[in-house]
Design a binder for this molecule. Sequence first.
Ligand SMILES: Cc1cc2nc3c(=O)[nH]c(=O)nc-3n(C[C@H](O)[C@H](O)[C@H](O)COP(=O)(O)OP(=O)(O)OC[C@H]3O[C@@H](n4cnc5c(N)ncnc54)[C@H](O)[C@@H]3O)c2cc1C
Length: 302
Amino acid sequence: MKKSFDILIIGGGVAGMSAAIYAKRRGKNVCIIEKFTLGGQVNTIPKIENFPSEVSIDGISLVQNFAMQIERLGVEVIYDDVQKVDYSGETKRVFGREDEYEAKSVILATGLTYVELGKNENDFLGRGVSYCAVCDANFFRGKDVCVASARGSGLKEALVLAEVCSHVTVLDSGDMSAYASANKNKKIDVLSNVQIEKVVGKDAVEGVEISILKAQKVGNGKTKTEHEKRILKTTALFVALGKKPDNTVFGGVKVDAKGFVITNEKMQTSIDGVFAVGDVRSKELKQIVTACSDGAIAGQFA
Ligand SMILES: Cc1cc2nc3c(=O)[nH]c(=O)nc-3n(C[C@H](O)[C@H](O)[C@H](O)COP(=O)(O)OP(=O)(O)OC[C@H]3O[C@@H](n4cnc5c(N)ncnc54)[C@H](O)[C@@H]3O)c2cc1C
């Protein structure tokens, strides 16, 4: 059965929940559609120390606070996975696996997913493996850390880490020799042509097993390549292979070169009545506090 609302929020992360709080307090009939669990990425964060007013809190507790607030306000939450959208008419249509929905406005709050190494790194999540230097660098103050990088994707993270860590080794899967020789930051080393085989450690990260591709000229214009395997000791591995949004729910809104949704200051996208908030949006700092700020703005103007 088709369900109708004033505002449909696709994604129940902190951006979506913040949008719901503001929209509901304006008296709107609001619904969040979430495919897994409220809170999104925040559920995976063991310790948060940069959300104003919470000196230190674990992600699950923070999500519980958000969830309590939207429940108290009477925000409807429907668990469904949005598969298709149609934003062509004045009434926006959203199709989930379970049901069909329509609303005057839609707020896209579907976040992003980090590109994973695809090895055993997630076994060490919160115990030395992180996807976010801005969030977690401080936990490794004065320590040696590594960054998993592809064609320079980890260089920005390395600079953030170098501000607090004693040494940062960037392990790049491509050829970074030009950058390595131009690099003047004594705290950062860049290794080229490195494959990370696995993270090693007992209760926490103790090192990474790497395989470095070495090429040797053997005459007649031919090159011999071999892999040098070794274990690099480290206290942390920051995976910085990039982030990607899922564009299933975009319905033709304008995106930037990396595929993130472009909005104006009111969080309006290129399609009338469609807004975007949080990590799915094209912006510089993707954090909880900025996701909440986006949500508040969209909740006010949607
Ligand atoms: C390991 C880690 C540590 C971090 N540490 C910090 C920190 O210390 N401090 C900080 O400020 N930030 C931190 N961040 C970043 C922060 O978590 C994000 O910026 C923030 O959670 C983004 O919120 P969001 O609501 O935009 O997106 P998400 O949290 O990604 O939420 C999106 C939601 O949309 C749902 N969804 C997606 N597609 C669909 C669909 N088709 N149908 C229905 N639902 C859908 C998803 O299931 C998800 O629940 C960290 C991130 C990670 C991964």
